[in-house]
Design a protein around this ligand. Structure first.
Ligand code: GDP
Length: 198
């Protein structure tokens, strides 16, 4: 898919205030610092659409971006960071959960994980929440430029093993991406395009 336009629509913490347009929606989420903003900017050919930040936990709202006037890309708050108070964490969990449970336009969620790290409890728990609620998701391994291909493949295999040893019969669809080299960009956009064309 070619990105012809990408524009910010609205930020909020209340799912009932999200845009009413009945167009397909794709959410991006992951632990803080996983490279979510960089990935979103890479996918949409923008420098600053999503705000990258050295300070974890800065994007604390549901951010809607309209792409090609035909679908929404949603940038969700990062989860699982340490520097935010418990009260704020609870509020996040509240409105993020509501978003997933109530947003009918949501087609697929991309769960970002750093390809260098072992499966983390918070990510696995989040995927479990999605699974339990029948919310389709894909895994996105970020920062692939940081590993040699052999290390990358080994880590993905470990991930797959961990998932299939626990709750899952198989790995969900997954993408290997790098915001630095644009690896995985075509594949991920093609996946969205194919669903949109169904
Ligand atoms: P976010 O908190 O998940 O939105 O993460 P950011 O996009 O702000 O990225 C966090 C840090 O990781 C920044 O220092 C980025 O420059 C770096 N980063 C993000 N994606 C990549 C990538 O694909 N490759 C490399 N080498 N660094 C990345």
């Amino acid at each position: 898919m070619k990105i012809k336009s990408a524009s910010f629509v609205i930020s909020n913490s209340d799912v009932s205030k999200c845009p009413k347009d009945r167009i397909p929606e794709y959410a991006f989420i992951g632990r803080s610092n996983v490279g979510k903003s960089s990935l979103i900017n890479m996918l949409t050919n923008q420098n600053k659409l999503a705000k990258t930040s050295g300070r974890p936990g800065k994007t604390q709202l549901i951010n809607h971006f309209k792409i090609n006037d035909s679908w929404f890309l949603v940038d969700l708050p990062g989860y699982g960071y340490a520097r935010v108070s418990k009260t704020i964490k609870k509020t996040f969990q509240g409105f993020i959960k509501k978003y997933f449970l109530q947003r009918e336009q949501l087609i697929c969620t991309f769960v970002l994980v750093d390809c260098r790290h072992e499966p983390q409890k918070v990510d696995l728990e989040f995927m479990e929440f999605l699974g339990e609620n029948g919310i389709p998701f894909c895994l996105v391994f970020t920062k692939s430029d940081k590993l040699k291909l052999s290390e990358l493949n080994r880590n993905i295999q470990q991930y797959s093993k961990k998932m299939t040893n626990t709750l899952w019969e198989e790995m969900p669809p997954y993408f290997v991406t790098s915001a630095t080299s644009s690896d995985g960009k075509e594949e991920l956009l093609k996946y969205i395009e194919e669903i949109n064309n169904r």
